[in-house]
Design a protein around this ligand. Sequence first.
Ligand code: FPP
Length: 235
Amino acid sequence: MSGAGNFHVAIIMDGNGRWAQLRGLPRSAGHVQGAKTVRRIVEASARAGIGTLTLYAFSSDNWGRPGQEVDSLLRLLQCYLAGETRRCARNGVRINVIGRRDRLPSSLVRSIEHSEALTEHCTRMQLRIAVDYSSKHSILEAARRASCNQLSAQEFQDLLAQVDHSVAESGPVDLLIRTGGEQRLSDFLLWDCAYAELYFTDRLWPDFGEAELDAALEDFASRQRRFGKVLAETA
Ligand code: FPP
């Protein structure tokens, strides 16, 4: 993918719970394994020349899971930021956590701010981690901030970025990958995925590796993107 400019891949990392259940382990063990996959895929994505990688780590609807699972997920995110920020900075990966911050524990918000500040100068790849994220909420909130102004699509997009705590231009999603066999968007990047190519795999997230990422990128390369138009030669 080198030379792809700001090629944007988004991933719905599904299947941690089933991965754990298949092994007779608690669901939290699946999330721990899932975090290890995140490490591998972030590195593989930077190597593949992906410009922006957005990972769905915790949706606003995930607050409805049992308290223990919510706590373990939020702790895992904080551990990830504590353990990986320096490595990201060394590898030129800029971290940005998108989503709401007003309902997160203050220690996690501090870690997010610290990781974002430490990697602010990085330009090789943007790693966006969606936490307490809901596209519907973001769109509603941006619409509220727009109030009666006559906004262009770009101005509305800028407002959405503001609502989401986006720190840099990320562009629309080119390729959306969902692991774990389900085929839905689950309130993830609805605006940004308007023309995304969708790729679904049965592979559970903890088992997803560089080879699977390469397969998704290869599949993407075979897609014909017309963005609602017709091909020049058939026009
Ligand atoms: C969906 O699988 C996955 C999640 C709700 C959490 C994703 C979190 C991680 C991959 C680890 C932490 C993230 C980072 C960035 C360090 P599920 O639990 O719904 O699985 P199931 O469908 O098999 O039950």
